[in-house]
Ligand binder design. Structure first.
Ligand SMILES: Cc1cc2nc3c(=O)[nH]c(=O)nc-3n(C[C@H](O)[C@H](O)[C@H](O)COP(=O)(O)OP(=O)(O)OC[C@H]3O[C@@H](n4cnc5c(N)ncnc54)[C@H](O)[C@@H]3O)c2cc1C
Length: 363
């Protein structure tokens, strides 16, 4: 059977584009298939937060540390740097148990290369003067957190992938794959390949199942971010701030606050009321500000909130990078590098086996 392309990547979000770029840059003949437009899935609009500290999840932190280095270096031509505004990441603790959990996790975070430490309540309030008189016992602070621009990252990876020789086909939905034979069915006909890479985000489950990989992806999650009306003049700049007990996450976006807190679920109105209450509690000076939908998106989820990255060697090979569980922007460069290294049988420079589908992660 003649091969139309050596590698076919399914999915044109930030993960698929990073993979296409890294493979093409390494000289691999790669075609990416995206059913809509590039970046039209979860990568359409995010909170634009790129950080390295993932509490209790040093594996995701290690991917994020590696990714931050790559974002800072990308694409190494002056004048084309990615937007990265360093704001820091503050996690507020209201219970002594949260501090104990932080301290137990700290050695693994440090080993992953994360710059994070425990600070006192006074310093936390200095770093985020909007915090009101809410009971706190301490906070974690990681300076390595940035506000970026997801669209800019998607565009930059797409351009770099094309410049390196990748073919990016949009409006091309994959309807089925035969991973054993290296065949991909699309609405436009069949394509054959030496390797198929699934990077289809929240829509990966049926594709990996077709390939015989028993990946325990949980149902996709609809996430919503809210924004406030304009803040009072002279509102200070603040770190991305998480109130650990309630999950209330805030950051500044222009003259407004961007807010996330869990998931709306079926009762969106009661979720909104809950967000407004938690906001008023933690940031009393902002109580009463109207809240509006900033963005909603469907994202993938793995049981341990860590991506699945792995492969079944070929040819034809089958590779996957999905289940990023809300960390995709923070993990995309590393995901591209690891998939490239798995395909080319190169040293990935980290324990990539820990990211594969395995009994340990499925059990
Ligand atoms: C509201 C919200 C805020 C977020 N904020 C952040 C943040 O601040 N920082 C962060 O790190 N992460 C954030 N995330 C998570 C992040 O957006 C995702 O982890 C990331 O975008 C996943 O990228 P992806 O390429 O895997 O998936 P996607 O961007 O969803 O891309 C998958 C693509 O595959 C295509 N596709 C699916 N099926 C097929 C098929 N059969 N054939 C062809 N194409 C197909 C889809 O059209 C889609 O474009 C946020 C997510 C949401 C929803």
């Amino acid at each position: 059977m003649s091969r139309d392309s050596r590698v076919v990547v399914i999915g044109g979000g930030v993960i698929g584009l990073s993979i296409a770029f890294h493979l093409a840059e390494a000289g691999v003949d790669v075609t990416l298939l995206e059913r809509g437009t590039l970046g039209s899935g979860a990568s359409r609009a995010t909170a634009d937060v790129v950080r390295s500290y993932f509490a209790g999840n040093p594996v995701s932190s290690a991917l994020a540390v590696r990714s931050l280095d790559a974002y800072r270096a990308f694409p190494s031509r002056p004048g084309t740097e990615l937007p990265l505004r360093r704001v820091g990441y503050l996690v507020l603790f209201s219970e002594p148990e949260q501090v104990a959990a932080f301290e137990a996790d700290l050695p693994a975070q440090r080993a992953a290369g994360v710059d994070v430490g425990l600070i006192g309540v006074e310093e936390a309030r200095e770093r985020n003067p909007l915090i009101g008189d809410v009971p706190l016992v301490a906070a974690a602070y990681s300076p390595d957190a940035y506000i970026s621009d997801t669209t800019a990252i998607v565009t930059a990876y797409a351009r770099a992938a094309e410049q390196a020789g990748a073919a990016l086909r949009t409006g091309c939905a994959v309807t089925a794959i035969d991973a054993e034979a290296g065949r991909i069915q699309t609405a436009d006909g069949e394509i054959s390949a030496d390797a198929i890479v699934c990077a289809a985000g929240a829509w990966s489950a049926s594709l990996v199942r077709c390939a015989g990989v028993d990946m325990p992806l949980t149902d996709p999650i609809e996430q919503e971010l809210l924004t406030t009306d304009p803040l009072p003049p002279a509102t200070p700049d603040i770190p991305v701030t998480l109130h650990a007990a309630t999950g209330l996450l805030v950051r500044l976006r222009g003259d407004r606050l961007l807010i996330g807190m869990g998931y709306p679920g079926a009762d969106r109105e009661s979720w909104r009321r809950e967000v407004a209450e938690r906001l008023a509690e933690t940031y009393p000076s902002l109580a009463g500000l109207a809240l509006h939908t900033a963005v909603t998106g469907l994202r993938d989820a793995s049981p341990d909130k860590t991506a699945f990255i792995g492969h079944r060697p070929g040819p034809p090979a089958f590779l996957y990078a999905t289940g990023f569980s809300g960390h995709g922007l923070c993990n995309a460069p590393a995901a591209g590098e690891l998939v490239r290294d798995l395909y080319l049988d190169q040293d990935p420079g980290m324990d990539v086996a820990a990211l594969a589908v395995s009994a340990r992660r499925t059990g």
